[in-house]
Design a protein around this ligand. Structure first.
Ligand SMILES: CC(C)(COP(=O)(O)OP(=O)(O)OC[C@H]1O[C@@H](n2cnc3c(N)ncnc32)[C@H](O)[C@@H]1OP(=O)(O)O)[C@@H](O)C(=O)NCCC(=O)NCCS
Length: 208
């Protein structure tokens, strides 16, 4: 299976590394390289992989599927919609050190980084990032295009809406709902539901 990583910046490199670690553990795949809209990168190599062109060059790049190496949730959702429209298939990247209960569902195109943990009953939507050392406990639901940043921890039955972002080191108590496209600041402790499209921070988290 030939995989192209769309986006060669920091998160794209994390995604490429996850795929490389999967390959090193025996998963059959061919990492074709990156595409990135920063034209200066075309023709360079990053992590030993070629940057083959811009996103628009995907059609000319041999591939069976793609995965998005884009950290920003809105950008990742937009590119995901375009590629879905173009009927592209999405690879899913799960680092070999991630720990998932057997019944956890992981959506297409999602990336689970080193040390990520998802406990029983958790559902991870499409195009989600569960980042380094982040944990979601039993029956959490992560909406499509959401991102749980490094070291963030969600207690059981927390719902994260589509496109929502949980900042590095933040946490949420059990059963809270975090609205679509909201942002939870770094280090926050969410103790109550968060409406859609707001930014909260602090301990306990309040609108910023
Ligand atoms: C919450 C956040 C999105 C706000 O960013 P912003 O809109 O640029 O806000 P600013 O930096 O201008 O700060 C606005 C105010 O909020 C406060 N603030 C910012 N981040 C905060 C946080 N995490 N917790 C509490 N207060 C915070 C600032 O001190 C400032 O307060 P002031 O007006 O009294 O001076 C950002 O600070 C943050 O925490 N991002 C998470 C980054 C992250 O986790 N990255 C991981 C990538 S993998």
């Amino acid at each position: 299976m030939k995989i192209v990583v769309m986006g060669a910046s920091g998160h794209g490199q994390v995604v490429a590394d996850i795929l490389f670690q999967m390959w090193a553990k025996g998963r059959e795949m061919e990492l074709v390289g990156f595409l990135d809209d920063d034209q200066k990168l075309t023709g360079t190599r990053i992590m030993g992989l070629p940057v083959l062109g811009r996103f628009a060059d995907l059609a000319a790049t041999p591939h069976d599927c793609v995965i998005l190496g884009i950290g920003d949730n809105a950008d990742r959702a937009r590119v995901h919609a375009e590629l879905t429209q173009a009927r592209k298939r999405f690879a899913t990247a799960i680092h070999p050190s991630a720990i998932l209960a057997p019944d956890v569902i992981v959506g297409a195109g999602s990336a689970l980084a080193a040390g990520a943990i998802a406990n029983p009953g958790a559902r991870i939507g499409d195009n989600v990032i569960l980042n380094t050392g982040a944990s979601i406990d039993h029956h959490c639901v992560l909406g499509a295009h959401s991102h749980v940043a490094p070291g963030a921890h969600l207690a059981g039955r927390v719902t994260v809406g589509e496109g929502a972002f949980i900042g590095v080191g933040a946490c949420a108590v059990q059963c809270v709902q975090i609205g679509a496209w909201s942002v939870v600041g770094a280090g926050a402790a969410v103790t109550q539901d968060v409406p859609e499209r707001v930014t909260v921070g602090g301990v306990p988290a309040k609108p910023l």
